[in-house]
Design a protein. Structure first.
Length: 153
């Protein structure tokens, strides 16, 4: 398995990972929130232009991805997903490690993200990786409740 920067030819397999990872939760999202979470190729390509996208690849198959955008508040994780058949293999940890290494190299002192209350495995991963909750509990994004996480480096 390798973690590498994605390029535009990776947009379709990345979209597939998002769909597989978030598809089982689709009914818990509002339609707009789901569309913003399980992003398709045009949005993935736009996010690549605005920041950095890494993918976890094994045998030419994209199994996971994380995308960040630099902001004045720090490095913002705009999307992260691991294909269900690859979960439990520490891919999320490896992707976050790559992200944190990049943040340190680029002198960011904070990484932040949002997730939903029903993504229990993601919440567990973020907390285990050293992220802490901040902000008001119960903020909504397109009608779906969120949890805000941050990690200071």
């Amino acid at each position: 398995m390798i973690i590498r920067l994605a390029n535009s030819t990776d947009c379709t397999p990345i979209a597939s990972v998002f769909k597989k990872a978030f598809g089982p939760f689709k009914e818990k999202y509002t339609p707009d929130a789901y569309a913003s979470t399980a992003v398709k190729e045009p949005e993935i390509e736009q996010r690549m232009k605005e920041g950095f996208t890494w993918i976890a690849v094994e045998s030419d198959t994209v199994l996971g991805t994380v995308t960040v955008t630099p902001t004045w508040e720090g490095l913002y994780v705009t999307g992260m997903a691991v294909s269900p058949d690859a979960q439990g293999k520490k891919l999320g940890w490896k992707l976050l490690s790559q992200l944190e290494s990049h943040a340190r190299q680029e002198n960011f002192d904070r990484i932040y993200l949002y997730t939903t209350f029903f993504l229990h495995r993601a919440i567990h991963l973020y907390e285990k990786f050293g992220f802490t909750r901040y902000g008001k509990p119960g903020e909504k994004f397109m009608g779906t409740y969120l949890i805000q996480f941050e990690k200071y480096l």
